[in-house]
Write a new protein. Structure first.
Length: 80
């Protein structure tokens, strides 16, 4: 588990039901053009799902990892 995933799970609070437990899953997807033709999956996203109601949010881990020093404040804004 990455540091980003651990931080999200630690601070998670569902936007719909306010439950505090979640599951995370990293998903890779191909883009358009040549990457789609050759099935190059260079787009990575982090899906965060509430374990109570199933509400799911999608995050770009590259953006969150690029702001490691500000991780706490970014997660505070996202999860309240």
């Amino acid at each position: 588990m990455s540091q980003v995933e651990a931080s999200i799970q630690e601070k998670f609070k569902c936007a719909k039901c306010e439950h505090d437990s979640c599951q995370t899953k990293e998903v890779a997807m191909s883009g358009t053009g040549l990457s789609k033709m050759f099935d190059v999956q260079h787009n990575h996203f982090l899906f965060v799902s509430c374990e109570q109601c199933g509400y799911t949010e999608v995050y770009n881990p590259s953006i969150l990892e690029g702001k490691q020093g500000k991780m706490g404040s970014i997660l505070d804004v996202i999860f309240g």
